[in-house]
Design a protein around this ligand. Structure first.
Ligand SMILES: [Zn+2]
Length: 186
């Protein structure tokens, strides 16, 4: 099942015509494709007054005579990183700053506007966790990448050769990865 979409309107169009899209829908738990119902919008709170629509839920319904398994699935816009407070745009600023050899704290500050930057290392840990996935997408061998970059930071030494190829000045590697791979960037 496709999880990431170019924008909210595409998700809306898809979920409003589930019967038409049955051949693209198979529940990974019960293998049924004809029991899904649209199950509400996912919002992300941007500020105390502003919330954006970032996705929708699909429910493999086991109610009202339907025979699905009762599980819920989340569909997201590709600029949204599931279970991550910030979005692809913030990651783009963070990573392109690191690539430009800006320090880790400063890169985080540029991306988020936060003065407290300890969280930057949490981001780096999450990127490290996915590094082998990114490399497999790029089809680069680890050795090719390591030799091409020198950095005083252990994290940057490992991450930047790969992230440099995923993120260019014109390409948000995060959105691209989620759209292409249909899995969360982090
Ligand atoms: Zn199901």
């Amino acid at each position: 099942m496709k999880r990431f979409y170019p924008d909210f309107e595409s998700i809306q169009a898809f979920t409003l015509s589930l019967d038409y899209h049955q051949n693209e829908l198979t529940c990974v738990h019960c293998s049924k494709s004809d029991q899904f119902v649209s199950h509400g919008i996912i919002y992300k709170q941007r500020s105390s007054v502003l919330a954006d629509k970032v996705g929708k839920r699909l429910f493999c319904s086991n109610r009202y005579g339907r025979s699905g398994c009762g599980r819920t699935f989340q569909l997201y816009v590709a600029s949204e990183v599931p279970a991550f407070r910030y979005g692809a745009a913030h990651l783009f600023i963070f990573i392109t700053a690191l690539v430009a050899k800006v320090g880790i704290s400063e890169a985080y500050h540029q991306a988020t506007g936060q003065l407290e930057t300890r969280n930057a290392w949490r981001w780096l840990n999450r990127l490290m966790f996915k590094l082998s996935h990114y490399r497999s997408v790029l089809k680069y061998r680890k050795d090719d990448l390591l030799n091409s970059f020198r950095s005083s930071s252990h994290y940057c030494q490992h991450l930047l050769p790969t992230l440099t190829r995923l993120f260019t000045s014109t390409k948000n590697g995060c959105i691209h990865y989620q759209t292409d791979q249909q899995q969360s960037f982090l």
